[in-house]
Design a protein around this ligand. Structure first.
Ligand SMILES: [Zn+2]
Ligand SMILES: [Zn+2]
Length: 278
């Protein structure tokens, strides 16, 4: 079993060290896990975003990835029965391609997820920031936010900085509920153009099972979007739980396997930024 989306306690919103996640992975019989700690490069949000190193908050732009990669390397020696892949989840922001490229060239990751976590510097995936969402984004209206989300995904895919895009229909998490019933119809016309851009750029998609933990019946993205992605030509899919604590590791991964299997696909693994499919 694989899990390609894991947040150890380098992320302020996560609990559990890299070693604790590895111990849990071995205990539940996983073969391969990929850590994808957050990198949120937006300077406008520099006062909000932090990375935690040995219990201390440090700036996002400090040299924390060295500690992170060292710790992964140490655990590779400590847990030889487990394949441990080094990854990162980059919160994409428009216009920061140069900064992100520079970061990715400085540190050697096996796998890079690109994610849209914010629109116009306001979080769309954080419960803590729901008040900001309500006061800054909601008044802009469903039509604007749907189009804006598409623009972010199109730019993230087109940047060719990422191996896979994370949780493509994450709007289901807070935007749909925050805006109300009008958001879902507003985003529908953008789904096919989003997937066409993704196919053209060659980036893969992830099946993220954190939605199942929230009581949803479908992962991010939902099966209908995965099916359309396969039909349009997306060939690389990773699967991940988005675990923020060790007990969440591998949750829902079976469902993600089954979903891909239904469409004739298998989850990809990554080494040195290259996919190994099947
Ligand atoms: Zn994410
Ligand atoms: Zn994540």
């Amino acid at each position: 079993m694989l899990d390609y989306h894991i947040h150890p306690d380098f992320s302020p919103d996560a609990q559990g060290s890299i070693e604790q996640f590895c111990r849990r992975a071995v205990a539940i019989g996983m073969q391969e896990i990929c850590f994808t700690t957050h990198y949120e490069p937006d300077p406008v949000r520099a006062g909000i975003e932090r990375v935690i190193v040995q219990g201390n908050p440090v700036a996002v732009d400090s040299d924390w990835p060295e500690r992170y990669l060292e710790e992964i390397e140490r655990c590779r020696r400590r847990f030889p029965e487990l394949t441990i892949v080094s990854g990162v989840e980059v919160g994409y922001e428009l216009g920061l391609e140069g900064k992100i490229a520079n970061f990715l060239s400085r540190y050697r990751f096996d796998f890079v997820l690109g994610a849209v976590h914010c629109l116009d510097h306001v979080a769309i995936t954080s419960r803590k920031e729901l008040d900001d969402f309500q006061s800054h984004l909601k008044p802009l209206g469903a039509g604007y936010l749907a189009r804006r989300y598409f623009e972010y995904v199109r730019a993230a895919a087109g940047s060719r900085l990422f191996d896979c895009l994370a949780h493509l229909d994450i709007w289901r998490k807070y935007i749909s509920s925050g805006i109300g019933a009008e958001f879902e119809p507003a985003i529908q016309p953008w789904i096919t153009p989003m997937l066409e851009t993704i196919v053209r750029s060659g980036v893969g998609l992830e099946i993220n099972t954190s939605a199942l933990r929230r009581g949803d019946r479908e992962p991010y993205p939902a099966a209908a979007i995965v099916l359309q992605a396969v039909k349009l030509g997306v060939r690389v899919f990773t699967i991940g739980s988005d675990a923020h604590r060790p007990q969440e590791l591998g949750e829902g991964i079976d469902c993600a396997y089954q979903l891909l299997k239904r469409f004739g696909m298998k989850p990809a693994r990554f080494r040195d930024r290259r996919p190994i499919c099947g």
